[in-house]
Design a protein around this ligand. Structure first.
Ligand code: SF4
Length: 213
């Protein structure tokens, strides 16, 4: 269960979050880069996002993937005395990787574990919804929700807002937008600028060009 947060008092957001818990799929890079990353400026300009830190995007089915370098950075942050192989055993979902015929010793990509008995990323602190490896979190996480498949389609963007992320504001729905803007204001979250959006989208697509799965 997530830590209780004052924004639960907002009925629209409560609905959104509960809904999100049921349907959200954690990030899946193959879906995200299955099409061209060519997104025009208008598609970014009309979309707005400020992370409230609710932690829902770190919960649900699906996988959090990280590159070998990212996993190494996470291991170093958590315990610099831990070997890479120990880190794989400690933090990666080796069963899910084996089920995909991924060679744990040769792979350049890894799937992170969930916390035991939960559908939450192993690095989500359930008490405060903070990421415990924030400074070393995978690009998959740090670029959300500026992914091609969400940005290219207004429908996908809205679906993500209503099923997962309370920080996405769908301006066309003024009732919901007012509630969300209130929540965002209360948390002090800042909206991504055009520069942020572009940088995240581009870096995520570049990063995943070689993603093999
Ligand atoms: S990105 Fe969205 S779902 Fe994830 S923590 Fe921020 S507001 Fe919540």
């Amino acid at each position: 269960m997530h830590g209780i947060h004052h924004i639960w008092t907002h009925p629209h957001i409560m609905h959104s979050r509960l809904h999100g818990r049921v349907h959200h799929m954690k990030l899946h890079p193959r879906q995200l880069c299955s099409r061209s990353s060519h997104v025009d400026e208008a598609q970014l300009r009309d979309k707005h996002f400020a992370c409230t830190g609710c932690g829902i995007c770190c919960t649900g089915s699906g996988n959090v993937w990280c590159s070998k370098g990212e996993l190494d950075a996470i291991i170093q942050q958590r315990d610099s005395g831990m070997s890479f192989e120990q880190g794989v055993g400690e933090y990666c979902n080796v069963d899910a990787m084996r089920a995909r015929n991924i060679d744990l010793h040769a792979s350049e990509w890894f799937i992170l574990k969930n916390a035991p008995g939960t559908d939450q990323c192993i690095f989500l602190n359930a008490e405060n919804n903070h990421c415990m490896v924030y400074g070393a979190r995978p690009l998959q996480c740090s670029t959300y929700p500026w992914w091609p498949e969400l940005v290219e389609s207004d429908k996908a963007w809205q679906h993500e807002a209503y099923t997962v992320c309370e920080g996405i504001v769908v301006m066309e729905n003024s009732v919901d937008a007012v509630d969300r803007l209130d929540v965002i204001r209360e948390t002090g979250a800042e909206f991504d600028t055009m520069e942020d959006k572009t940088r995240k989208l581009e870096s995520f697509c570049t990063y995943l060009e070689d993603f093999p799965y």
